[in-house]
Design a protein around this ligand. Structure first.
Ligand code: ADP
Length: 249
């Protein structure tokens, strides 16, 4: 069964149509790469899945139930930059996610609950390769390490669905390859469903079990916003195809 289902989804801002008639089912455990030109509505699509934004028309279902227009703990998100809080150490950044979940009113845990949260966060940070950087502030971390921290921050609440908006776009090629290994491992170990927007077509085919290309099906040169984008291509990939991409990437 599809964990996320988009049915006849449109997003309009005034007379500007961004997405039109998006009909898609996302299977549990899929790693969906999303590509397309700038402005094709890829980030808007992720915001819909996160519940940060509601469609102008159509419906989105999570496990068959209407998705509430607010981010839930079952969905985590990592952006290209600025996902983490600069004034908190790596450990504090990850503990804070647990505090918000477990003490939503005051956003702080005390005593044994706080110690347990710190242990849990430290274990996850070690798992993503930041075991030696618990007390380090984001500005002192390299770009790749900041993204490892952002991933740990997103995963600490044990989301089932992870939304990644160009998470490796600002990283050097070598660091990107390390991040590919990390995200593939975490996807398998945590049984995650991942939706990842990327500009890198090789990355899309290497990591994804399915690649969606968003673009407009029709254009009006006199009125560029008259028509919106939708998933114009939908490629399922088997393990053999993905392995071939991994070798050439
Ligand atoms: P992509 O991620 O594919 O580059 P986006 O989803 O960021 O595309 O944006 C798609 C289009 O929607 C762009 O033209 C952008 O300007 C427009 N857009 C996004 N959010 C808003 C908004 N809140 N109000 C008006 N237009 C918006």
């Amino acid at each position: 069964m599809a964990v996320l289902e988009f049915q006849g989804v449109w997003v309009e801002y005034g007379d500007k149509i961004v997405l039109e008639k998006v009909d898609l089912g996302i299977e549990e455990g899929a790693f969906v790469s999303i590509v397309g030109p700038s402005g094709a509505g890829k980030s808007t699509f992720l915001r819909l899945a996160l519940g940060q934004e509601a469609p102008s028309r159509g419906s989105i279902r999570l496990d068959g139930e209407p998705l509430r227009a607010e981010p839930g703990p079952d969905r985590g998100v990592v952006f290209q930059r600025y996902s983490v809080f600069p004034h908190m150490s790596a450990l504090q950044n990850v503990v804070f996610g647990l505090e918000c979940a477990r003490a939503p009113v005051i956003g702080r845990l005390f005593g044994a609950a706080r110690r347990a949260a710190r242990e849990e966060a430290a274990a996850l940070l070690a798992h993503v390769g930041l075991g030696d950087a618990l007390c380090v502030y984001p500005r002192e971390l390299s770009g790749g390490m900041q993204q490892r921290l952002a991933i740990a921050q997103a995963l600490i609440r044990r989301p089932r669905i992870l939304l990644l908006d160009e998470p490796f776009g600002a990283l050097d090629p070598g660091v990107r390859l390390d991040m590919h290994v990390l995200i593939s491992e975490l996807w398998r170990e945590h049984g995650l469903t991942i939706l990842m927007v990327t500009h890198d077509i090789k990355e899309a085919f290497k990591l994804g079990t399915r690649v969606l290309a968003f673009d407009k099906r029709r254009r009006d040169p006199q009125a560029p916003h008259r028509y919106g984008s939708t998933a114009v291509y939908d490629f399922p990939l088997d393990d053999k195809q993905r392995a071939a991409m991994a070798v050439s990437a």
